[in-house]
Design a protein around this ligand. Structure first.
Ligand SMILES: C[S@@+](CC[C@H](N)C(=O)[O-])C[C@H]1O[C@@H](n2cnc3c(N)ncnc32)[C@H](O)[C@@H]1O
Length: 207
């Protein structure tokens, strides 16, 4: 999908639907938060949530005392919703409206988290552009936590086709500088109680 069409899609989603009207809504971002801790995050770790949207992960990170948190998303409306919810806590977060396939990271992060953004990249050129930014935006020794629909997960998300992965195929997509350190399946219940299987994986950047 072209950048402009992609952004229009997501702005439309976040301006027409309430938080609990999207399939990916989670009251508690527990799987992501637990893996961030498992990856060794400490209070001054630089953490970025790629395609964070209006997710409550940022609330949890701020509440738990993480001091260097960034949320990046294509949709300004999504980030505005998260900022409103956080109130004064939003001032402790860096907010970036950008496309993860064209953004230029200005600093490297310790933790790169992505739940359900990478899987929308169905074109090889978009994946390559994202992975190039991951290579620049993650420290050597840093961890990428990427959650996509699993091989037996849904074929679409938000009406868009997705690429589904297990840890092996995701590792292959990322390349040999990323070493798999942990993977788990997770059954997500949508707000209307449909079940979606996600694959969460942690990769360490080795070089
Ligand atoms: C399915 S939602 C998941 C949102 C959030 N990660 C969560 O777990 O609640 C996908 C998010 O990725 C964002 N997104 C999609 N493609 C993107 C891209 N190329 N760059 C940045 N954000 C993107 C969308 O705006 C949307 O907020």
């Amino acid at each position: 999908m072209e950048d402009a069409g992609r952004q229009a899609h997501w702005e439309n989603v976040y301006t027409t639907k309430r938080e609990t009207e999207v399939s990916w809504f989670q009251q508690s971002p527990a799987p992501s938060f637990e893996l961030i801790v498992q990856a060794g995050a400490v209070s001054n770790s630089a953490i970025i949530d790629i395609g964070g949207g209006a997710s409550r992960l940022v609330d949890k990170l701020v509440e738990q005392g993480f001091e260097d948190v960034t949320v990046l998303d294509l949709s300004g409306a999504a980030l505005a919703a998260a900022r409103r919810r956080l109130g004064t806590g939003a001032e402790r977060v860096n907010w970036i409206v950008a496309d993860a396939t064209t953004w230029d990271p200005v600093k490297p992060y310790d933790i790169w988290h992505d739940r359900a953004a990478f899987h929308f990249l169905t074109d090889a050129s978009d994946r390559a552009a994202y992975i190039a930014r991951l290579g620049r935006g993650l420290k050597i020794g840093g961890h990428a936590i990427i959650a996509t629909f699993a091989l037996d997960g849904p074929e679409k998300c938000s009406g868009l086709p997705v690429a589904r992965y297990d840890s092996a195929s995701l590792g292959q997509a990322l390349g040999t500088t990323f070493k798999l350190v942990h993977t788990q399946r997770h059954e997500h219940a949508t707000p209307w109680d449909a079940r979606q299987i996600f694959q969460f994986s942690i990769f360490r950047r080795e070089g």
